[in-house]
Design a protein around this ligand. Structure first.
Ligand SMILES: [Zn+2]
Ligand SMILES: [Zn+2]
Length: 152
């Protein structure tokens, strides 16, 4: 985990008047040592691999805090449960394509898209602050070949 990032997180936790505990440390470590999206339940498993005493309650208390710090983002990928994305730290402008066939989520960045979003907002008299683009798509591989390596 990046030391800059760690500093930012702990500055935030300090500003909230919270204590630094091994459990919280394990949760933070787990959340930001992966490039995968995860659910709260998955984060519990990952954190417990680092520190077995991590409780479910601590994870559910720490998650909103990380989201509030803007380092972790809650994303809507069309599932019932909330999904969290640690990748906005390194790629703040990335977007998601969700394959409705394979259920996989792909991340992409595109400068044209950013420019376009800026232009659209400006034209309507707004300055963009945050945005989420979620493209739901069907899989070309699966349609063409009847098989796709992403399909489980
Ligand atoms: Zn993402
Ligand atoms: Zn596919």
């Amino acid at each position: 985990m990046d030391s800059d990032l760690r500093q930012k997180i702990y500055d935030f936790i300090d500003s909230k008047g919270l204590r630094k505990t091994v459990q919280r440390e394990a949760i933070i470590q787990a959340a930001f040592s992966t490039a995968q999206h995860f659910t709260a339940e998955e984060l519990i498993d990952m954190a417990r691999r680092i520190e077995p005493t991590v409780s479910r309650a601590t994870v559910y208390r720490t998650l909103p805090l990380l989201v509030e710090s803007k380092l972790l983002k809650e994303i809507d990928i069309g599932k019932d449960h909330k999904t969290y994305d640690p990748n906005f730290v390194n790629r703040p402008h990335h977007n998601h394509i969700i394959c409705t066939d394979c259920q996989k989520v792909f991340e992409f960045e595109d400068h044209y898209m950013e420019t376009l979003e800026d232009c659209i907002s400006k034209r309507q008299g707004f300055t963009p602050i945050a945005k989420t683009v979620r493209i739901e798509a069907s899989c070309d591989q699966l349609r063409k070949f009847g098989i796709c390596k992403n399909k489980k």
